[in-house]
Ligand binder design. Structure first.
Ligand SMILES: *Cc1c(COP(=O)(O)O)cnc(C)c1O
Length: 396
């Protein structure tokens, strides 16, 4: 009988709506790009995709995917270890290891799965996970699935991390888990200091490079490049769904024993389908493009610096950022929604975030810059921000 449950669900949905937290999907009718068309035919400039390197509609990737689909079919219809592994998957794993300077790599259907299946096979109730308070939901869920004792430290707070590491000496092994770039502020984790503390307190480091790989570091090799720690971090997770082409797929890369044990015991790997060969082939092509030349990485860095500088000069309050995420602080939740709606009217696609996604009184508009943005698109975005900023008295 559905009646009681249905009325409960309707009440819950009404509560979500009343709180102004009801999410609706925005429907795009063109390929993902810096300029898109949305349902109804409106052309907008896109500042809210994770398409950092502009590869989501890259012709080389599309060709690589088509070509491999013709050669190897549509899907694998199997998990990896039964009959879901082609040479293409093995090749992509090697290419990812080369990119990060790691020993071995295991692919997942998504980084959510990589993080979800990471901790439980490695640690028991005798061990500890020390997690940054602002870590991604998938790390939080992965930690929940593991029996290890949980410690939490304030975002990027190394004094707090040290305190938690001292407490965690009571356990056998310790993993420190952190995002590379935190997606709401765009700040980078202080991986150099984390690594130092890990050495001092005998801990292993896990960093999720989802928002940092392809973006951070001179050649976009992520936070391990930024802090000159290539090959030193034991566990890196990441996604093919952001800078690396924007399709699907996740990975864990790092020390070979860790990867080997994940292949034996990680549940999302053992009990979920392989990524299609065409996606693996496009993934290989992505890393080829990024190692062949630094054009996209350079353009992303130039675009981000340009955007942030112009926005600051215009008088906006921008969170310090070391990534392609630019948080334009408005503080007030209602203002953030009005601002985002007005920008959309101006043909600028952004997202306004407010509590509970960010702390109370910390509402903001998050802008994501891409290598695909032309200077003209950036200028149109900045001009629209200034126009709306004046209309809504955010700027004088
Ligand atoms: C986006 C993201 C994920 C999830 O990646 P998918 O491949 O889309 O599942 C995991 N961790 C972080 C930090 C992310 O930003």
């Amino acid at each position: 009988m559905y009646t009681d449950f249905q009325s409960h669900l309707r009440t819950t949905l009404a509560d979500i709506r009343d709180a102004g937290l009801y999410k609706t999907e925005r429907v795009i009718i063109t390929p993902q790009s810096s300029a898109i068309q949305v349902e109804g035919g409106k052309d907008v400039i896109n500042f809210c995709a994770n398409n950092y390197l502009g590869l989501a509609d890259n012709p080389e990737l599309i060709w690589a995917a088509k070509d491999r689909m013709d050669a190897r079919g549509y899907g694998m219809a199997s998990v990896r270890f039964i009959c879901g592994t082609q040479d293409t998957h093995k090749q992509l794993e090697r290419v990812i290891s080369d990119f990060f300077g790691t020993e071995d790599t295991i692919l997942y259907a998504a980084c959510f799965d990589a993080n979800g299946g990471l901790f439980e096979p490695l640690l028991t109730e005798q061990d500890a996970i020390i997690s940054d308070a602002l870590n991604h939901a998938s790390i939080i869920d992965g930690v929940r699935l593991c029996k290890a004792v949980r410690y939490r430290y304030a975002n990027g707070d190394m004094a707090d991390l040290e305190k938690q590491l001292q407490a965690a000496q009571a356990q056998r092994f310790r993993i420190i888990a952190t995002d590379g770039v935190f997606s709401m502020d765009g700040n980078v984790c202080p991986l150099d200091k984390i690594y130092e503390l890990a050495n001092r307190y005998n801990a292993v480091v896990m960093v999720d490079e989802s928002h940092s790989a392809g973006v951070v570091g001179q050649t976009g090799h992520g936070v391990t490049e930024l802090y000159d720690l290539r090959g030193k971090i034991e566990i890196i997770t990441g996604t093919l769904g952001k800078a690396f082409g924007g399709s699907v797929g996740g990975f864990t890369t790092g020390k070979k024993e860790i990867i080997d044990l994940l292949r034996q015991r990680s549940r999302p790997y053992l009990f979920s389908n392989s990524i299609p060969p065409m996606i693996a082939a496009a993934g290989i092509k992505t890393f080829e493009i990024l190692t062949r030349s630094n054009i996209l990485q350079d353009r992303l860095h130039e675009n981000t610096a340009y955007f942030v500088e112009k926005m600051k000069a215009a008088g906006f309050d921008i969170k310090p950022t070391q990534s392609a995420i630019c948080a334009v602080m408005l503080y007030d939740a209602v203002l953030s929604q009005r601002f985002a709606a007005a920008l959309q009217e101006e043909g600028i696609y952004v997202t306004g975030f407010y509590y509970p996604v960010v702390p109370k009184g910390q509402a903001r508009i998050r802008v994501q810059v891409s290598a695909a943005h032309t200077r003209e698109q950036l200028d149109r975005g900045i001009a629209a921000f200034i126009k709306v900023g004046k209309q809504l008295s955010v700027l004088k």
